[in-house]
Design a protein around this ligand. Structure first.
Ligand code: SF4
Ligand code: SF4
Length: 477
């Protein structure tokens, strides 16, 4: 049987290009964004938060606690140290609670105040603004930067571009070193790196994160927020009519357009003019290059730069401020914003419950874990003394940061003998593993399977008893 597949012409249709080829300079505001500097209370607020955030990021890995790095997320040895607490892979529930609390805090804040995380606390925004600040200091304000990019290369352009990229790279390198310092002891990391003694993976990680920081904050910028960050995509699911977002008051602003400076505010209606003078400042200061007058857009990170810019314009024009403001859709349509609403209460309740569970998990956490594995080769054996023996492997994980001496006992048997160590010393954060044999007289065993438990106990530095009962079975016949 032979079948023929019909041949089709699939030559791609040529993409239309404008006569004279593509324009040299890209036309839309999305092409190259030259962010204009803005001053105002929101900008000061964001800078303040940015500074605190950066200071915390830089200082935290250098904090020492009880002779060790206070916060160290050691993936190689699979332990996270947070001051006096060490988390292990076994503490998965605690880590899960931390992530769930973080997620619901974000849901709650987003429902209430939109993407304020993006605009004020997200590392991407903080680093982008730091890079823009460097750009502005070296290449000058927005208009100068545009002209600099348009002109041919000369000495002035060359040194400015070189200085800017070197400054960016220096920031990226320091960022990478600090970031890697959260995962490996930071003091030796800095010393080894600058004395060329760092190992391959340390150097690779530092160079990788240097490249990522430089690429993200210097080149990718808003592309990360608009095309790669998943949060931008699902945030709208949390928004409602009462969510505070940066919005343009369309009714008040339109019809937009230029007007003589001396035209009074009360005479605008007669000229069929709104409050927007169409100066475009709100677009020029926007780090994602959008025009907020076109309504809520997923690219908007709620940074408020356009609010400061427009308020400055309104002040100069002697118009009331707030043409662009943090407000709700409900408020803009003439209603009243409802702060207390079911969705917000729902998120808050779940958040509080999860915080409660997290705190309870931390408070009740026992810094000791015991694991018992029965010998699978023989269920039991009768020894020369006429007793019955079961063999186990006992693992003791000391989840604290101090060395402890543990006592091992058995519950569930009237009399017994442990053939192995019954007192062991385990260093902080270490695992002790040993095979041991448990023997008892057959007279103590009325069943083929006796439920017993190994009781491991110690006393911590404060005199509190730390104990774990690990259940298992003793088999006979
Ligand atoms: S800054 Fe204000 S006045 Fe100027 S274009 Fe934007 S909305 Fe209109
Ligand atoms: S539209 Fe305004 S708030 Fe949104 S990203 Fe641009 S400047 Fe920031």
């Amino acid at each position: 049987m032979s079948e023929h597949i019909e041949v089709k012409d699939v030559t791609p249709v040529k993409v239309h290009k404008p006569a004279g080829g593509m324009p040299k300079k890209r036309q839309s505001s999305r092409d190259q964004i030259y962010v204009r500097a803005v001053k105002g209370p929101i900008e000061s607020f964001r800078r303040f938060f940015g500074f605190i955030f950066l200071a915390l990021f830089a200082v935290i890995p250098w904090i020492q606690y009880d002779g060790h790095q206070a916060i160290l997320l050691d993936f190689v040895d699979q332990r996270f140290t947070i001051f006096a607490m060490t988390l292990w892979p076994q503490d998965l529930t605690l880590l899960a609670y931390i992530f769930i609390v973080g997620a619901f805090a974000l849901f709650f804040v987003t429902t209430f105040a939109g993407r304020v995380w993006c605009g004020f606390l997200c590392p991407q925004t903080t680093w982008v603004y730091m890079y823009i600040w460097c750009e502005e200091k070296i290449e000058g304000p927005r208009n100068k930067r545009i002209k600099l990019d348009e002109r041919d290369m000369d000495f002035d352009k060359l040194w400015r571009k070189t200085a800017k990229h070197l400054a960016w790279l220096a920031i990226a390198l320091l960022t990478a070193l600090t970031f890697v310092g959260y995962f490996t002891p930071i003091g030796p990391l800095f010393t080894d790196f600058f004395t060329f003694n760092a190992g391959f993976w340390a150097v690779f990680s530092i160079l990788f994160f240097t490249f990522c920081t430089y690429g993200n904050a210097g080149w990718m910028r808003e592309i990360m927020c608009t095309h790669m960050c998943p949060y931008a995509r699902f945030q709208s699911a949390m928004f409602d009519k009462d969510t505070f977002t940066v919005s343009y008051d369309f009714n008040r602003g339109e019809t937009r357009g230029p007007r003589p400076r001396k035209l009074k505010h009360e005479d605008l209606a007669a000229k069929n003019l709104g409050d927007c003078i169409d100066c475009n400042l709100c677009v020029q200061v926007c780090p994602t290059g959008i025009d907020i007058r076109n309504g809520l857009q997923y690219e908007c990170i709620n940074c408020g730069a356009c609010v400061d810019a427009c308020n400055g314009v309104m002040e100069k024009m002697n118009y009331p401020k707030g043409l662009i403001s943090f407000t709700s859709e409900e408020r803009l349509s003439g209603g009243t914003t409802h702060i207390v609403r079911p969705k917000l209460i729902g998120y808050l309740v779940v958040l509080l419950v999860m915080i409660g569970l997290l705190v309870a998990d931390i408070v009740t956490r026992v810094p000791l874990e015991v694991d018992l594995i029965r010998d699978r080769n023989s269920l039991y054996r009768e020894n020369g003394r006429g007793n019955v023996e079961n063999v186990y492997t006992l693992k003791i994980l000391n989840k604290s940061q101090d060395t402890h001496t543990y006592t091992i006992a058995v519950e569930g048997l009237d009399s017994y003998n442990i053939l192995g160590e019954t007192i062991v010393t385990v260093g902080g954060g270490e695992v002790f593993s040993m095979p041991l044999s448990l023997e008892t007289s057959p007279k103590n065993l009325s069943e083929a399977v006796t439920e017993i438990s190994f009781h491991v106990t110690t006393t911590d530095a404060e005199g509190n008893v730390v104990e774990v009962n690990e259940p298992t079975k003793f088999l006979y016949k």
